[in-house]
Structures are given as structure tokens and as C-alpha cells.
Design a protein around this ligand. Structure first.
Ligand code: ADP
Ligand code: MG
Length: 388
């Protein structure tokens, strides 16, 4: 993708210098001598970088207005000799950098490419923060719903149990009566009641199981670092995502003996969720997702392998980049794996992907047993416990 650069308010000779120096296929240049017109152009053209003349009349107000735009381009001030003080002053008004002229073309190109890179990094961070915030809200929502469901479902479950037992008692009493048409009718009704309450109990058990999995998944009570059984996290996450899998996806588990791992459990569950969903999405026909865990020395190795369509060798280096997706706009966000990468890194671990087109993909996570000791910073905001 080309980088868009907008040159604003430069005197003719500097504009020409910039134009000549920045002639490159990866850069798209536009020029606008007037600051006000440039602001309008920002919405239409959304440049990554603006090269603004530091000695434009209204440069301060230009910078201030730019700051409130959605595009928020990186602004570099083109500064003639003698205007350095002014440039430094404008950095406070919101410019990101200044270039002291004259500069050799190579140096100019280098400085502009740094500005483009800076914009790219800023955009990626913003994208990740947005996604992290979304996940945190989702975690709170899940925990809230699980909490609200808990009490009513427990009441219904216990009532159906009482009902079952009462019906059984009535059945016993009725069976002692002498045979009659009424007795047969009462027994038939009791039979219906007994079956109904049995079905209710099974239904309640399912809901209770889902609520328990939601709670383990969100683990809001454990947003802190904690030693946990990784298999519990894998299982509860699997139970939650499995229902979105198509029926052609089969999951097999091969768990080794693992000690409790010190980690942020809700974050590791997020890792498992992203990998499992990606794996299921990669499977088009019949396919298998294999989850394997092993202890290897002072580490735990978790592999999630699928027999899906695989990843192009050229894409393999990019899959952990924020925003990289092959699923098309509106389908993929391209953030899943970048978040996975950050979380594993913060736990002092590593993640690697290995893939063969048409055969499948394997993600291998290695976590140190004392993962937490190195995880000093939390990569995504922790959902806060909600209510009681
Ligand atoms: N198990 C997998 N099999 C094949 N491709 C995968 C797999 N996991 C990830 N990918 C590739 O990596 C890209 C990035 O994944 P991700 O960061 O989760 O974003 P998204 O799922 O939104 O596209 C996917 O679009 C896909 O091309
Ligand atoms: Mg994904």
C-alpha cells in the first residue's frame, strides 16, 4: 500500500526540492499551498504524513485543527535555517518532528520514511487498544451475565429436584391404592410430570455448565496473576467456542501432566480462544483440531494444530502483525494473533507458527513454568470485577 504524503504551504523552491527528493513508487504526493484548503484535503486524501512549512502564517492553528481530525496524520515541519526556535515552539502545538533544511535528498527520504513508520506504529497501537478495550468490555459483560444467570438457574434446578422427588413420593402412595380407572389416570399424569421434571433437570445442568464455563473463561475473580491448571482454561474455552464450530470440525485432546502455571488465566484463555477460532475457520471440509500439552523441562509446550487450508509461506511472517487478515474487510480484523503474540510475550513465552498449504497449521506456545515472574506488565486492560 502506498504512503500518502501531503506537502503544505511551502515556498515554490522547497516544494520542488521535496517533490524531487520524494519521487518514489511507494510514495504518493499531493501539494497544497493554502493551510485552510489543506485541512479540507486531509479528510478526502487522509495522508499519513504532512510536510508543513514552519513559517506559514497560521501554522499553530493549522496544527491545532489537525489534532482534532480523525486521520491524525504525523506532521513534520520543514524548517529553513534560522527558524529552528519556531519549529521547537510548534512541537508543543502538536507537530511531531521538524526537518532542518537544506538536507540531502537521501536524508530527506530517510526522515520522511521514519515519519511514515511512526504513523504506522501509532495506528497499530490505536487499533490494539480499541480491540483490548472491546475484549475487556466483553469480559465484563460475560461475567455480568454469568453472575445474573447463576441465582435464578440454581433456584429452578433445585425446584425441579424437589418436584421430581415429590412426584416419586406421590407415585409410591398411588401405587398402594386398589386398581381403578382413577388410579390409572393419576399414574399417567404423574408419569408425565416425572418425565417433564427430569428434562428440566437436564436442561438446568446444561445452563449451569455454560455459566460455569463463562465464569472460568472470563475469570474475573482471577484477573490477577495466579497459579492455575491450564487444562481447565483450555476446556472451558473449548466448550464456549465449540458451539460455533461447524459439524465437520472434530477436536482431539492430548493432555500431558502439567503443574499449575503462574499466569494471567483470563488472558491465556483469550489466546486459546483466538487460536481455536482461527483453526476452525481454516477448515473447509472435514478437519481436525488437535490440542496437545506437554511439560518440557522448565517450560510448558502447548500446540494447537489444525488440518485446515494452511498459510502461504509469504504470509507466515505477517500473521502476527496487527491488522493482517486474509478474511476480507468486515470478516477478519487481523487483530487476534497480534493480541495472542503480546500476551504470550508478556508471559515470558514464545509462539511460533508452522504451516503447509493444503495440509494445515500448527501453533506452538512455549511458556516458562514461572511465566508470571517475567510478566511484569499486563498487555491488555484487565476487566474489573463487577458487582458481588
Ligand atoms: N490456523 C490458521 N490457518 C490458516 N490461516 C490462519 C490460521 N490462523 C491465522 N491464520 C491467518 O492469519 C491471519 C490473521 O489472523 P488473526 O490475527 O486472528 O486475524 P483474523 O482472524 O481477524 O483474520 C488470518 O486472516 C489468516 O490468514
Ligand atoms: Mg482470528
Amino acid at each position: 500500500m502506498n504512503s500518502r504524503i501531503l506537502i503544505v504551504g511551502q515556498p515554490t523552491e522547497i516544494r520542488e526540492t521535496l517533490r524531487n527528493a520524494l519521487q518514489a513508487p511507494e510514495w504518493e504526493l499531493r501539494e497544497e499551498p493554502d493551510a485552510q484548503a489543506a485541512l479540507d484535503l486531509v479528510h478526502e486524501y487522509s495522508p499519513q504524513v504532512i510536510l508543513a512549512a514552519v513559517d506559514m502564517l497560521d501554522v499553530t492553528s493549522f496544527l491545532e485543527q489537525l489534532r482534532s481530525t480523525r486521520e491524525a496524520p504525523v506532521v513534520v515541519l520543514i524548517t529553513p535555517p534560522g527558524s529552528r526556535e519556531r519549529a521547537i515552539q510548534e512541537l508543543r502545538a502538536g507537530a511531531h518532528d521538524y526537518i532542518l533544511m537544506p538536507l540531502a535528498p537521501e536524508e530527506l527520504r530517510y526522515r520522511v520514511s521514519c515519519a511514515v513508520e511512526r504513523k504506522r506504529t501509532l495506528d497499530a497501537i490505536l487499533l490494539q487498544l480499541t480491540q483490548a478495550e472491546k475484549m475487556a468490555s466483553l469480559g465484563r459483560l460475560v461475567a455480568g451475565v454469568a453472575h445474573e444467570l447463576n441465582t435464578p438457574i440454581a433456584a429452578i434446578y433445585s425446584n425441579s429436584d424437589v418436584l421430581s422427588r415429590s412426584v416419586r413420593r406421590l407415585m409410591g402412595l398411588v401405587s398402594d391404592l386398589p386398581p381403578s380407572a382413577e388410579k390409572r389416570e393419576i399414574q399417567a399424569v404423574l408419569e408425565v410430570l416425572s418425565n417433564t421434571s427430569e428434562v428440566d433437570c437436564i436442561a438446568c445442568e446444561r445452563v449451569i455448565d455454560v455459566v460455569r464455563n463463562l465464569k472460568t473463561f472470563a475469570r474475573l475473580d482471577e484477573a490477577e496473576r495466579k497459579a492455575v491448571d491450564i487444562h481447565e482454561g483450555l476446556d472451558s474455552t473449548l466448550r464456549l467456542v465449540e458451539c460455533q464450530f461447524k459439524s465437520n470440525v472434530h477436536v482431539s485432546k492430548d493432555y500431558g501432566e502439567l503443574p499449575p502455571i503462574e499466569c494471567y488465566p483470563n488472558q491465556l484463555n483469550e489466546v486459546f480462544m483466538n487460536l481455536l477460532v482461527n483453526a476452525s475457520e481454516a477448515i473447509e471440509g472435514q478437519g481436525i483440531i488437535k490440542i496437545r500439552t506437554r511439560r518440557e523441562g522448565d517450560s510448558v509446550v502447548i500446540t494447537i494444530a489444525d488440518t485446515g487450508k494452511g498459510i502461504l509461506a509469504a504470509d507466515l511472517a505477517k500473521i502476527f502483525d496487527p491488522g493482517f487478515t486474509t478474511k476480507g474487510p468486515g470478516v477478519g480484523t487481523g487483530l487476534g494473533l497480534s493480541i495472542v503474540y503480546k500476551i504470550i510475550q508478556a508471559h515470558g513465552g514464545t509462539i511460533e507458527a508452522d504451516s503447509t498449504m493444503g495440509k494445515g497449521t500448527t501453533f506452538t506456545i512455549t511458556l516458562p513454568l514461572a511465566a508470571s515472574q517475567r510478566a511484569t506488565s499486563v498487555p491488555v486492560p484487565e476487566p474489573q470485577p463487577h458487582g458481588g
